[in-house]
Structures are given as structure tokens and as C-alpha cells.
Design a binder for this molecule. Structure first.
Ligand code: SF4
Length: 457
């Protein structure tokens, strides 16, 4: 580990000031000529002097990666924390920023943010890992990452159409903590605990309650598992919460083992923001455990390109190396990521770290969410600005999770100009029209004859 120095983290460093990454902050920085041709995260092997892409390192050599900005934050605000402490996910959880005093120590709060903090009561408290706090702009209240996790007074304002349970999940729960809305799959809410609390959370009514530190409820797990066991149509189980990756390896493995014993459960999915806000949690011990329970998929929750750091890059790479397919579910958030430019940067960045942009969600009308919700037209404009303009893999499904429990409904720009039985007129991403000759369906005895009455081969 001492032999490696990281030169760059990303092709285009985020605007928040990342430039270089030290795997060991005491090591030397590379020369300009060494940096010039780098287009991906790399390190220098101090013994050989070779420049090595992070992707070609063995995972064990990456165990103490801290990017420069984060390392400066560590030294300033957590000076007694060693690199080992900092890279220990349990240390990160123990030192989450939860009180006004702790928050004011690391951020210059505006009066409105301070007032909001003091007004708050009930679930969805403030909770920010020191790592994620290091990505926040300390002076700008409009900084995208800051807005996602620091309270504002707007979250106490109810707007028309908003509700505490906008998706009607509670009405689709045959047993507490399990939502069975779609025919063949269930949502299993395994904990009410998250390492970071997002201010726009759809489950703000449930997560981070004052007794949330218990993290899980065995009776509830048993009831949910028994429901899945006696319901053979359930072939797909999504573990969510709260955040399942905040559970210990033992508890998570207990759950996965039980699910894998159910013959009709074909796939297991885990929904998690942990690789984004607590990437230290992704350890070889975790990935070695997870890969015993394939097919296992993971839905991550990236929201902004500044979240793609060397730490999250490494976490996603480790998960991918454990053969876990990775998708990202991004919520469209006003003033945070609602532009083509931001989304393109996010989605192209995700592909580089082996994460497929899966869903772009229109923000659910949860109570107090008006500050985050932008129009459906804006979402369509973003999809229109991506489709054809960048790799198809970088274009997610834009969906509205129908209020009241209607499920996810895809929304697409209109690419069909007109059509009749034999012709579809379509427009492409450059607004040019093209015709597709539609095969005309005819009865077999008409279609499959040629002159002479012999059937076509
Ligand atoms: S991590 Fe997920 S469940 Fe937790 S607060 Fe954020 S959006 Fe809600």
C-alpha cells in the first residue's frame, strides 16, 4: 500500500475541487508528464515507477484509498482518526454527523438551515457519514450534495398532492415490512436505518425513527420470510429499507441464506445507497459473502456526478468483480441534477465504473418535496437530450411511480410522427423523419402463396 500514489481520479474531475488522489497522503505526487495522458483513475507504483490503472490493481491493494479533498477534510475535522479508522465503515457509522453542533462544526450553515434543523422532529433526522460530509461545499447552501442531506425549511411545507405515503405502500403490505404490489416480486423492508438520510426520501415516514438504532426486527423478518415461503408466485425479492448494507455481514447473510432456501425465489436484489455514501462498507469480506447467493443484483442510488469519486469507483468495481450486476436508480431533483449536462456527466461516469443507469425517477410527491420536484416536461427534455446523443447504455428508463400504488409507468418523448397499417413515420434524435415499412399481416393462406399456388419457403 505504501508503494502506491494515485495520480488522477476521473477523466473530468468534479467541480468541487478534486484533482489528485493519494492512496498514501505522505507519498509524492506524479510529474506533469506522467499526468498528461491519463484518462482514468491511476496510481504510481513507487518501486517500479510504473503508472497503473486502478482497474488493474488487486482489490487488496486498494484498501486505504482516500481522495485528496476527503483526506484534507479528515485531517481538519477528524485529526485523531487514522487512515485505518477512516476506512473502517463502522468508524464512519459511529461518527455520523447527527446533531446541530456536529453539523456546524463542518459546514457554515445558513440561518434557514439552522432554523430547519431546530424545527425538525420525528423520522428522517439528519445523518451524514464523515466521508459524504467531505464532499459537501462548506459555504454554499445550494451545493447539490448539501441540498440532498441538509435540512431546509421547505421540507415542512405541504403542497397539493403530497402525502406521507405517496405510493400507497402501506396499503399493499400483506405483513409489516413487506410490499407486494407487482405480480411476481416483493419489496422487503429489512431495516429503518440508513447511513445518510436523503431529504427527498419516499420512505421518510419510516426511516430514521428515534428507535431506529435497533436496525432490524427479527419478528418482522420472520413474518415476511414466511409470507414469501407460502407465496410461490414470488420469484424476485428486493431487499430495501432503510439500507440493507448497513446490516452486519452476519445478519445480512442470515437473511440471504433463508431466502436462497426458498425454491421459487429466483433472484434477489439489494437496493442501497451505501456504495455512494459509505463506500468503505464494500469490503472483500462483504463481497465474498454476497457472491455465495447469486443470482444477486444491486440497485444503487447515485444522484450527482460529484458522487463518483475514487472511493465509489473502487466500491463499484469490487461489487462488479463479485459478478453482481449494478444499476443506478436516480431521482430527478430540481436544482440538483435536472439538466442534460449534469445527467450526461453522471450517466457517462457511471458506465465507466460499471454501473448501468437503470431508472430515472420523477420525484415522488412525498410530504414537503416541492423544493425537489421538477416538471415531467423537464424529465422528458433530459431523456431527449440523452437518447441518440450518447451511448444507449447511458440512457435510463424515465418513470413515474404512480401515486396511490399504480407502479412504475414509463414516460418517453414522442418519436412517432404518424402511422398506418403499412407505414410508421418516425423522427430521430436530430428531428429527421424516417419511414419504417410495417409488415402487413395477412392470413397464412394468402401470404404464403406465390404464382403457381406453391407455398413460399
Ligand atoms: S438512503 Fe434510500 S431509504 Fe435511506 S433516506 Fe436515502 S432514499 Fe431514503
Amino acid at each position: 500500500m505504501e508503494d502506491l500514489v494515485c495520480l488522477t481520479e476521473l477523466e473530468e474531475p468534479p467541480s468541487s475541487g478534486f484533482s489528485t488522489v493519494n492512496l498514501d497522503s505522505t507519498q509524492t505526487v506524479a510529474s506533469r508528464s506522467q499526468r498528461r495522458h491519463l484518462t482514468e483513475p491511476t496510481v504510481i507504483d513507487q518501486r517500479s515507477g510504473n503508472v497503473i490503472p486502478i482497474r488493474s490493481l488487486s482489490i487488496s491493494k486498494q484498501t486505504s484509498l482516500i481522495n485528496n479533498r476527503t483526506n484534507n477534510f479528515r485531517l481538519q475535522y477528524f485529526p485523531t482518526a487514522s487512515e485505518e479508522d477512516w476506512n473502517d465503515w463502522r468508524w464512519q457509522l459511529r461518527h455520523r454527523i447527527k446533531t446541530l453542533v456536529e453539523l456546524e462544526r463542518v459546514i457554515s450553515l445558513s440561518q434557514a438551515e439552522r432554523d430547519a434543523f431546530q424545527m425538525h422532529a420525528g423520522p428522517l433526522p439528519v445523518g451524514i457519514t464523515p466521508y459524504y460530509a467531505s464532499l459537501i461545499h462548506q459555504k454554499d447552501p445550494n451545493h447539490p450534495i448539501r441540498r440532498m442531506v441538509v435540512m431546509s425549511k421547505d421540507e415542512f411545507r405541504m403542497s397539493p398532492g403530497e402525502a406521507d405515503d405517496p405510493l400507497g405502500e402501506d396499503g399493499h403490505s400483506p405483513v409489516p415490512g413487506l410490499v407486494h404490489r407487482y405480480p411476481d416480486r416483493v419489496l422487503f423492508l429489512v431495516t429503518g436505518f440508513c447511513s445518510v438520510y436523503c431529504r427527498y426520501c419516499t420512505r421518510s415516514r419510516l426511516v430514521g425513527k428515534s428507535n431506529h438504532e435497533s436496525k432490524f426486527n427479527m419478528q418482522q423478518w420472520e413474518a415476511a420470510l414466511q409470507y414469501i415461503e407460502r407465496t410461490p408466485v414470488v420469484r424476485d425479492v428486493l431487499l430495501s429499507g432503510g439500507d440493507p448494507l448497513t446490516l452486519s455481514n452476519d445478519k445480512l447473510e442470515w437473511l440471504l441464506r433463508r431466502l436462497r432456501k426458498i425454491p421459487h425465489v429466483e433472484i434477489i436484489r439489494i437496493g442501497s445507497k451505501v456504495p455512494v455514501v459509505l463506500p468503505q462498507r464494500i469490503t472483500p469480506a462483504l463481497t465474498n459473502m454476497l457472491k455465495k447467493y447469486h443470482p444477486l443484483w444491486m440497485s444503487l442510488h447515485f444522484s450527482h456526478p460529484e458522487e463518483i469519486t475514487p472511493e465509489t469507483t473502487r466500491a463499484c468495481r469490487m461489487l462488479a468483480e463479485a459478478a453482481i450486476p449494478l444499476g443506478s436508480q436516480t431521482v430527478l431533483l430540481k436544482g440538483i441534477n435536472d439538466s442534460v449536462q449534469t445527467m450526461k456527466k453522471l450517466y457517462q461516469g457511471l458506465l465507466k465504473i460499471l454501473v448501468k443507469p437503470y431508472y430515472l425517477y420523477q420525484c415522488d410527491p412525498v410530504s414537503g418535496s416541492a423544493q425537489f420536484r421538477t416538471t415531467v416536461e423537464k424529465g422528458l427534455e433530459i431523456i431527449e437530450g440523452l437518447r441518440g446523443h450518447t451511448s444507449g447504455y447511458a440512457v435510463p428508463h424515465y418513470v413515474i411511480d404512480a401515486p396511490g400504488g399504480g407502479g412504475k409507468i414509463p414516460i418517453l418523448p414522442n418519436y412517432v410522427v404518424s402511422h398506418d397499417k403499412s407505414d410508421w413515420t418516425l423522427r430521430n434524435y436530430e428531428h429527421r423523419s424516417f419511414h419504417y415499412p410495417n409488415p402487413i399481416e395477412q392470413p397464412d393462406n394468402v401470404l404464403q402463396t406465390v404464382e403457381g399456388g406453391e407455398p413460399c419457403m
